[in-house]
Design a binder for this molecule. Structure first.
Ligand SMILES: N[C@H](CCC[C@H](N)C(=O)O)C(=O)O
Length: 287
C-alpha cells in the first residue's frame, strides 16, 4: 500500500504526518509501529493523521499515534507541526485554526515570525481525571499543588499529576542531565497507579522563568522535546510556587515558551515546527 507522507519535527520531537483529507488512511497498530521504526520504517516519535473536520465550526481533526502504535489524546509539538502542514499543503488559508483531537478542540495559530502558538486548553488537575489512582496515598501540599508519593523501584518519588488531555507525572530534579530518565522513566510510564500509563517529566528549575526539562514519553521513550510535557511541567511548577508565567522550557531539541494565568485558564504554548522532507512508503499490507 503506497502512502505519501511528510516528515516533520517540533523542537526535535519528530513526526510522520499523513494527509487523510486526500487519501484514505486506516492502519493497524503493527503498521503504525513499522512506520515509526527508525531502521525498518521511516522513523518517528509519533504519527499524525490530518482529517476533515467532523464538528461544526471546526476546521480539521487530527489523530495521534505513538511509536508503539497506540492512539493517544493529545500532542503539543504535533499541534504545531499540524499547522505548518495544513498551511504548506494549502489545505487552509486560515492563520488561526480550530482542530479537534481525541481530548477536545485546540486552537493553534501561525504567528508572523513563523513560530506557532497553541491554546492547549486548561490543565486537568483532579488526580482521578488524569487518571491517577491516589487511593491509600497521603499527599504532601506545596503551595497550590499536591505532591503524591510514588514507589519507583523501592524509592519514593514525589510527583505532581497533570493532564493536558494526556497524562503527565512531573518530578523536580536538581540536575535534569543527571536525572534517572532512562531508568525511572519506563518504571513511571508503566506504574500501576496510572491506568492509562503516563508521560514522565523531569524538571530542573533554573529560575522563576526558566526550566530544563526531559520527558520519558508514554509509548515513545525519551524524546528531544514534549509539548504537553512542557505545559504540564510549567503548570506543576507554578502551582508549587516555584515558577512565574511565562516560562522558557529548555529541552534537548530547543526552547518552548509556555504561559498560564492559573486554574481554569488555558495553557498557551509557543514554539517551532519544521518540515524536513516529503516521501512515499510502500507499506506492507500484512505485518
Ligand atoms: N507520548 C504522548 C503523546 C505525544 C506527546 C508529545 N509528543 C507532545 O508533544 O505533547 C502520550 O502518549 O500522551
Amino acid at each position: 500500500m503506497k502512502i505519501k507522507f511528510t516528515k516533520m519535527h517540533g523542537a526535535g520531537n519528530d513526526f510522520v504526518v499523513l494527509d487523510a483529507v486526500n487519501q484514505a488512511i486506516s492502519l493497524t497498530p503493527a503498521q503504525w509501529q513499522f512506520i515509526a521504526d527508525r531502521r525498518f520504517g521511516i522513523g518517528a516519535d509519533q504519527m499524525l493523521v490530518v482529517e476533515k473536520a467532523q464538528g461544526a465550526g471546526i476546521d480539521f481533526r487530527y489523530r495521534i499515534y505513538n511509536a508503539d502504535g497506540g492512539e493517544v489524546e493529545q500532542c503539543g509539538n504535533g499541534a504545531r507541526a499540524f499547522v505548518r502542514f495544513v498551511t504548506e499543503k494549502g489545505l487552509t488559508d486560515k492563520r488561526a485554526i480550530r482542530v479537534e483531537t481525541m481530548s477536545g478542540v485546540i486552537e493553534p495559530r501561525l504567528e508572523d515570525d513563523g513560530q506557532i502558538t497553541v491554546d492547549m486548553g486548561a490543565p486537568i488537575l483532579t488526580p482521578a481525571d488524569v487518571p491517577f489512582d491516589s487511593h491509600g496515598l497521603q499527599h504532601r501540599s506545596e503551595a497550590e499543588d499536591n505532591l503524591w508519593p510514588l514507589d519507583v523501584a523501592g524509592k519514593t518519588t514525589w510527583i505532581s499529576v497533570v493532564s493536558m488531555g494526556n497524562p503527565h507525572a512531573v518530578q523536580l530534579v536538581d540536575d535534569s542531565e543527571a536525572a534517572p530518565v532512562l531508568t525511572d522513566g519506563p518504571l513511571i510510564e508503566h506504574h500501576p497507579r496510572f491506568p492509562k500509563r503516563v508521560n514522565a517529566g523531569f524538571m530542573q528549575v533554573v529560575d522563576r522563568h526558566h526550566i530544563n526539562l526531559r520527558v520519558y514519553e508514554r509509548g515513545a521513550g525519551e524524546t528531544l522535546a514534549c509539548g504537553t510535557g512542557a505545559c504540564a511541567a510549567v503548570v506543576a511548577g507554578i502551582r508549587r510556587g516555584l515558577l512565574d508565567s511565562p516560562v522558557a522550557v529548555q529541552t534537548h531539541g530547543g526552547v518552548l515558551n509556555i504561559a498560564w494565568a492559573g486554574p481554569g485558564e488555558p495553557v498557551m504554548m509557543t514554539g517551532p515546527a519544521v518540515t524536513v522532507f516529503e516521501g512515499e512508503i510502500d507499506l506492507p499490507d500484512q505485518l
